[in-house]
Design a protein around this ligand. Structure first.
Ligand code: NAP
Length: 244
């Protein structure tokens, strides 16, 4: 069966590295983005130049209709999605008391409901084929508390709940659902925190460096592979030892 991956939020950062890694492994890849069209199209051109099928589609994962339309277009152009990587995510730093309704709702809508929307849209084909794989991107902050990132940490803990419950519900259909919980990874999301915070995070990471987007791409690729065929409902923490 043709391998087709949909990677949400793959114009930049971790998602971009995941899309590139999966293409290298032979997947046709749908590159989803929200705002950075040029970056998404540049990645698609790069993957096509390497002889892979790729397609960029704009959709806000928080918008269930837009996600359904994206999956319809991806399936008509590339074929049924066999691997969904729920990566699109946003973060926000601030006191719990200063988190207004709009910020709270948006973080949960993108980070949690976005993953639900994409899973729900790809599942009809996966269930009818009785095969498929979903890899969700959580965070180490979904496994432990994160001061000044309460909404983000809640959304990432919920992704772990989504992973475990969906894994049980979909196992009889031959669909595996796992998640990766990254530590501090060198992307725009961490760069905005500034040099001082970055250095502090490096110092707190036992392996003495920030992770690269490729470190996470390798974890995703493993969970999606046949080598992980007996793994479902699992959380693979890739954090340089941060929360050990
Ligand atoms: P990033 O560099 O900020 O990139 C975010 C990506 O998500 C971009 O491609 C962005 O698209 C896309 N995106 C954002 N909102 C979206 C929406 N509503 N609909 C569709 N796409 C959307 O972030 P990152 O560091 O690579 O993070 C990727 C994932 O890893 C997130 O779920 C994040 O929570 C998780 N994570 C990151 C770290 C870390 O240290 N970096 C640690 C743990 C977990 P545009 O380019 O179009 O804006």
């Amino acid at each position: 069966m043709k391998q087709v991956a949909l990677v949400t939020g793959s114009s930049r950062g971790i998602g971009r590295a995941v899309a590139a890694e999966l293409a290298k492994e032979g997947y046709a890849v749908c590159v989803n983005y929200l705002r950075h069209r040029k970056a998404a199209e540049a990645l698609v051109s790069q993957l096509r130049a390497q002889g892979r099928e790729a397609l960029a589609i704009q959709a806000d994962v928080a918008d269930s209709r837009a996600v359904e339309e994206m999956v319809r277009q991806a399936e008509s152009d590339l074929g049924p999605v066999t691997l969904l990587v729920n990566n699109a995510g946003i973060s926000w730093q601030g006191l719990f008391q200063d988190t207004d309704d709009e910020t709270w709702d948006r973080i949960l809508a993108v980070n949690l409901t976005g993953a639900r929307n994409a899973a729900r849209a790809v599942l009809p084909r996966m269930i009818s084929e009785k095969t498929g794989c979903i890899v969700n991107i959580s965070s180490m902050w979904g496994l432990r508390g994160a001061s000044c990132e309460v909404a983000y940490a809640c959304s990432k803990a919920a992704i772990i709940g989504l992973t475990r419950s969906l894994a049980l519900e979909l196992a009889p259909s031959g669909i595996r659902v796992n998640c990766v919980a990254p530590g501090c990874i060198e992307t725009d999301m961490v760069r905005v925190l500034g040099r001082e915070t970055r250095d502090m995070l490096v110092a707190e990471t036992p392996l003495g460096r920030l992770g690269t987007p490729e470190d996470i791409a390798h974890a995703v690729s493993f969970l999606a592979s046949e080598k992980a065929s007996f793994l479902t409902g699992q959380v693979l923490t890739a954090d340089g030892g941060f929360i050990v």
